[in-house]
Structures are given as C-alpha cells and as structure tokens.
Design a protein around this ligand. Structure first.
Ligand code: UDP
Length: 246
C-alpha cells in the first residue's frame, strides 16, 4: 500500500527539444519534452509584462489505453480532461521557475502519454519537472542566462483510499475502484503546490486525508531524490550537446 511503482527517467529521447525525458511509473509512460522559444506570448507584449512564460500541453495518444481512444483534439477542440490536466501541469511548473529571470522567452512543456495505467498527470508533472531543470541548466551552461531561474524542485504523485486503506501511486485497476482519488503536487521543501482530491461517489474524513498526505509525502521524498539524481547526471558536461543552443 505504501510503495511506489518502479520509476525511471530516460533523458534525451527527443533530440530536437531543448530537453526531454521518458518517465515511467510502473506501466504508465509519458514523454515530457521542454522546448525554449526566444519569444513571449502576444498578451505579455501588449501588457508590457517583463520576463518570460511557461505553458504546457498534455495529450493521451490514441494507442496509450487498452482500447484505442479517439484523439483528445477533435475539430481543433481539446477535450475537457486533457485541457484540465495541461493547465495543472503548467501551474505546477510555473511554481518551479522564476519567470522574471528567464528573459523574453517561452518555455513549452509537452507531455504525451505513450501508455496510460493511472497517474498520467502526476507522472507528467514529475517528468516535465526533470526536463525543465535540464533545459534551463543548458541555457545557463551556454551563457544565455546569468543565473539559474529554478526556485525549487516540483514532484507529483497520486494517493487514494481503497477498501478503507490509504494507497500510494495507484495504477488504473486500483484507481477505478478507489473511494477517494487524490493528486499531490509538492516541492522538495515540503510545500504544497496543488492538491486535487475527490471522493468518487463517496465522502472522506480529515483523518483519511491526513493519512493520504502522509503517504504522499513519503512517496514524494523518494521521487525527489530520483529526480535530483537524473538532473545531476544530465548536467555533466559530456551528457548533452550544448552546442545546439549556441
Ligand atoms: N483512462 C483511460 N481513458 C481515458 C481516461 C483515463 O483509459 O480516456 C485511464 C488511464 O489509465 C488513466 C486512468 O484512467 O491513467 C486514470 O485517469 P484519470 O483521469 O484519473 O487521470 P490520471 O490518473 O491518468 O492522471
């Protein structure tokens, strides 16, 4: 109940992005790519807002589910679930970076689910947070930024209540039967970035919520440690093609 699924991060899988990570939580797999554009959205120019912006897109590929699903964009319109998830990813990652320190740039975060088995939004945030750190560190190493704009490391995990017990990092079969479904986004300093919790046709108590938070915090400590290791490994001088940024 208190264990994470096996987690891995494979970096550099989409070489045309500034940084990319294939993140795996058990059977859930998401490609997280960060691309830095040397421009800002029009609304920032119109409102004369200094600094840069970060925006996220999320998509579940049609073959990512057991039964093929329709594309989440039909006739140019994104479905409600994907739209909600991409806004959550964007908000979560904007907490990680000081946008006033990235210059007039846009950080594009693309999360594409290759295989969905529960927790795709939390895997997306966790993987994208690693890709974001690697991308921003590349800009600093290339001399494009004087100092690191990273404020903190952001990580996410799901927790829930299943048959009255708190459960960490749910897969789909657990998620579909859970009485309570919660997504936790936190920093490596133990601060909350966002908490999404719902009793699926049920209700839950403060005591149950505290049990889920405790389990989630324990899982997030382990996840943050893995993220830090992957980021440090990717930042070694021979790990990436820094000349691509010059
Ligand atoms: N799912 C699916 N098809 C969908 C939406 C969800 O098969 O259109 C499955 C998928 O395994 C997903 C899980 O249901 O990971 C839980 O979905 P939820 O909306 O709770 O988001 P997630 O847990 O992936 O962040």
């Amino acid at each position: 109940m208190d264990q994470l699924r096996p987690i891995s991060f494979e970096t550099g899988i989409a070489p045309n992005a500034t940084a990319s990570v294939l993140v795996t939580f058990g059977r859930t797999k998401v490609i997280c790519a960060v691309t830095i554009e040397e421009d800002v959205p029009r609304w920032m120019k119109v409102q004369r807002v200094e600094g840069g912006w970060l925006t996220a897109e999320y998509s579940m590929l049609p073959y990512s589910t057991l039964d093929r699903k329709r594309r989440d964009i039909t006739a140019g319109k994104l479905d409600g679930r994907s739209s909600e998830i991409q806004r959550l990813i964007g908000r979560s990652l904007r907490a990680a970076v000081d946008l006033g320190k990235i210059g007039a740039r846009t950080i594009w975060v693309d999360c594409d689910v290759l295989q969905a088995d529960g927790g795709t939004r939390t895997a997306s945030i966790t993987g994208a947070s690693v890709a974001l750190a690697i991308a921003v560190n590349k800009l600093v190493a290339a001399g494009k930024l004087a100092e690191s704009p990273l404020k903190r490391l952001v990580s996410a995990v799901s927790v829930g209540m299943l048959e009255g017990e708190a459960l960490l990092d749910l897969c789909y079969v657990e998620d579909k039967d859970a009485e309570v479904d919660m997504n936790l986004v936190m920093t490596d300093r133990g601060e909350f970035v966002e908490v999404q919790g719902s009793g699926e046709e049920a209700v839950f108590t403060a005591d149950q919520m505290n049990r889920m938070l405790e389990l989630g915090r324990k899982g997030l400590d382990e996840i943050a440690e893995l993220q830090r290791r992957v980021i440090a490994e990717a930042d070694k001088p021979d790990a990436g093609a820094l000349e691509d940024l010059s």
